[in-house]
Every structure is written in structure tokens, then in C-alpha cells.
Design a binder for this molecule. Structure first.
Ligand code: 13P
Ligand code: ZN
Ligand code: NA
Length: 274
């Protein structure tokens, strides 16, 4: 199924779709085993840094083959695309979906760059996500957040024809110093204003379960998770390495991969409303 149709379908049923970032074969397989065990679909996403790290075609091939190998329904998505050129490279490489992140640009420039990517994505039949409002990036102050305004969201979606919109309702990338407070009333207003796009929650790591469930109940459909995956993978690896001197990496990595699987299974239960 096309990602756009899947998100619309799920959104109508007040259910979400988990979008997880992957960094290497181990984190990819950790995520895929979780989706295989729960039977849920999943979005596999790559940032520019992960693309640079693995190589574009290698990263896509790993994702595609992984979905086949584990028998999981899924889509490959560019996370936080910073330019039309990168989005174009990803479309050419066979991505199902691309995000163009103009969230730090003035409204009219964000509209312009998003229109350009929507136009290019058409002939590929690819799905496009944009961001309006600002969700603080890793290392940026959470005070930098700028909530999405419902009337602007309506205008933005009408002018761009974008499929999915990342909105700022109180999350931030990375972990939180203090528990986040998602603005569910704001989400409800955005949902009431904007009829023709689905909504994306960035910065889901560190968001308490009850707030994630509320966000999905009131209109969030795609839920982005990255930091918690990196964290559990590396913390588990660090523990193993301090405890023994095994040098066969094929014996060491699986424990960290399994930790990712357990984490993601828990998130899949939340996002799929179980
Ligand atoms: P976290 O790192 O907070 O999970 O956010 C992930 C994200 O939004 C990826 O786009
Ligand atoms: Zn994000
Ligand atoms: Na977060």
C-alpha cells in the first residue's frame, strides 16, 4: 500500500505508524525483528548523517532487503531533508517518502521549498512530509521550540499540497530535562483546521506513554523515534564490552540488537493502540 493511503487509513482509525531511524545493520534488524514479532507495519527512516555514514544506495538496499527478509510491511523515508537536492537524490534512489524540513525558514520560503519537493515527488509517486512550527533539534535549547499555529497550518497545507505535516506541540529531539507537556488542545485545533494532511510527531524519545497515547488519539499518525534506539543500543554495547573481552562481533552485537527489539516492541504497542 502507498504510504499516503496507509497513513490516512490509520489516522481514520485513531492508530499510528511508528517511524524509526536506523544507523547500521544491527539497529535496522533490531527494529525489523520487533515489527515482525508484533506484526505491525513500520517506517524506516534515514537522516543525511546516516546516509553519509552508510552510503545512499547501501542504506536503501539494506532497508528494502531487511523488510523482505523479516516479512514486514514498511516504507523508506528521508528524515529531515535539508535541501531539494538531497530530496531529489533520495527520490532517485527509490525512497517511498521524503521530508523537506524548512521549519527554520520564513513561512513563505518554507512554502516554496516544500512546493518544489511536492512537485518533484509527483512523478515518483512518492509521499512528502514537511514541518511547520519548530521542534528543537538535538543540542538546541527546548526554549527554541515554536508551536504550530492552526491557521498557518491550514494555509501551508493548502498552498503546498503536502501529504504529511510535522507539527510542534511541545516535543523536542533527544531526551528531556523536564517531562514534556504536549499541547493536546493545540493538536485538536490543528486537526480541526487541516483536512488534507496527516500529522507527524517528532521528538518522541522521552515522551511518557500516556502523552504518546493521547497524541495518537487526537490526530498524530506518524510517530518518530530515534534517540531511545541509539541510547539503548550503545548503553547495552558499553555494558557488554566492560564485562568481557569477546572480539567476535557477531557474538557481541546481538545483545544490543535484542535490546533495540524489546524497546521498539513496547513503542509499537503504544503507537498501535494496544
Ligand atoms: P527523538 O530523537 O526525540 O526520538 O526524535 C526523533 C525524530 O524526530 C526523528 O525525526
Ligand atoms: Zn525529527
Ligand atoms: Na525527544
Amino acid at each position: 500500500m502507498k504510504l499516503k493511503d496507509k497513513l490516512r487509513d490509520l489516522s481514520a482509525h485513531k492508530t499510528g505508524l511508528l517511524a524509526t531511524n536506523y544507523y547500521n545493520l544491527e539497529t535496522l534488524h533490531g527494529v525489523l525483528r520487533a515489527a515482525q514479532q508484533t506484526g505491525d507495519p513500520i517506517i524506516l527512516q534515514l537522516t543525511q548523517s546516516s546516509i553519509d555514514y552508510m552510503g545512499l544506495n547501501t542504506a536503501v538496499a539494506m532497508g528494502r532487503e531487511g523488510l523482505k527478509q523479516f516479512g514486514v510491511e514498511g516504507w523508506i523515508h528521508l528524515d529531515h531533508g535539508g535541501s531539494v537536492e538531497l530530496a531529489q537524490r533520495c527520490l532517485d534512489a527509490g525512497f517511498d517518502s521524503v521530508m523537506i524540513d524548512g521549519s527554520e525558514l520564513p513561512f513563505s520560503e518554507n512554502v516554496k521549498i516544500t512546493q518544489e519537493v511536492v512537485q518533484r515527488a509527483k512523478s515518483y509517486g512518492a509521499h512528502v512530509e514537511a514541518e511547520l512550527g519548530f521542534v528543537a533539534k538535538l543540542g538546541q535549547s527546548h526554549a527554541h521550540n515554536g508551536f504550530t499555529q492552526p491557521h498557518e497550518a491550514k494555509q501551508f497545507v493548502e498552498e503546498t499540497g503536502v501529504d504529511a505535516l510535522a507539527i510542534s506541540i511541545g516535543t523536542a529531539h533527544g531526551f528531556y530535562k523536564e517531562e514534556p507537556k504536549l499541547q493536546i488542545d493545540l493538536l485538536k485545533s490543528i486537526e480541526a483546521e487541516v483536512a488534507s494532511a496527516t500529522f507527524v510527531l517528532h521528538g518522541s524519545s522521552g515522551v511518557p506513554e500516556s502523552q504518546l497515547r493521547a497524541a495518537i488519539q487526537y490526530g498524530i499518525c506518524k510517530v518518530n523515534l530515534a534517540t531511545e534506539i541509539k541510547n539503548i543500543f550503545m548503553k547495552t554495547l558499553q555494558d557488554i564490552l566492560t564485562q568481557n573481552e569477546e572480539i567476535d562481533l557477531r557474538k557481541v552485537f546481538p545483545k544490543a540488537t535484542n535490546a533495540v527489539t524489546e524497546l521498539v516492541k513496547g513503542k509499537l504497542d503504544i503507537v498501535n493502540n494496544r
